[in-house]
Design a protein around this ligand. Sequence first.
Ligand SMILES: N[C@@H](CCC(=O)N[C@@H](CS)C(=O)NCC(=O)O)C(=O)O
Length: 324
Amino acid sequence: MGYLRNGQWHDQWYDTDTTGGAFVRDTSKFRNWVTADGSAGPSGRDGFKAESGRYHLYVSLACPWAHRTLIFRALKGLTDHIGVSVVHPDMLGEGWEFRTDYPGTTGDTLHDLAFARDLYTRADPDVSGRVTVPILWDTKRDTIVSNESAEIIRMFNSAFDAITGNTDDYWPTDLRDAIELVNARIYDTVNNGVYKSGFATSQQAYDEAVGPLFETLDWLEERLSDNRYLMGDKLTESDWRLFTTLIRFDAVYHTHFKCNRARIVDYPNLWGYVRELYQWPGVAETVNFDHITRHYYYSHDMINPHRIVPTGPVLDLSAPHGRN
Ligand SMILES: N[C@@H](CCC(=O)N[C@@H](CS)C(=O)NCC(=O)O)C(=O)O
């Protein structure tokens, strides 16, 4: 695992020496938007117009951030319009690789590149920063549109509606303020909270992450006791953003990231909610537990030096959810 500095690869784990042992996530570098008419969107350059077959998504099936984009691609009827390449689950000294010697990988189906970092330097030969997935690639301008999942899902939510005829809206105007508030808490304490717990290299940094994580899970359990979804009756992007962390929790974060005060199966409402979202049409096909467990346990040898991938747990995600 490493990063690019002025286009050169450096194999180095996250630096927590200067932050008291705390993991601090980088901000994403490529922030353009695909829009229905090609106008610039909230940030970045213009000219990325929604067109069938023009864009390609690079994902890891292990990654919760990439998983959001795969879910939106499925929910919004985009599978015939946006292609996908799947990296190898092992993220080692070279970063994400397009090796195909593992079931479920595809290689780079557009350019046959070896590493995800080759996409970054193709888009910007002088780029600096971590090489993360998801990556939304534009085949027309031969560059990265965006590597920020929170923004990619908003593009998918509406930009292609005239092409697909699918107008389902997971970011409705009247709920945006409420969505923003809930997203902010869940991002900091849950989506990123599990990483801050797991990548902490001091007791204090771990304690400061794991406490708020379980406070938020308790709060969510309560909220979901009389709300079917986070915003009440309406399923929104907040639910999908939460789902990709919850679905990995018992298999990975509980053990590997030491988030072990409780499992999701111990929370009746959260567990029913995860099952309902898993059973949503098109979603189960985006969940790959083999890539999920293999990636975390095998890639992070600073946490799991012998790279042993544990067998459990057995989760019955297709059991009736009882949420209706
Ligand atoms: N803010 C980004 C974060 C993406 C991210 O951190 N992805 C992880 C995989 S789960 C990654 O590629 N990490 C590689 C690294 O940090 O070097 C997003 O939401 O799109």
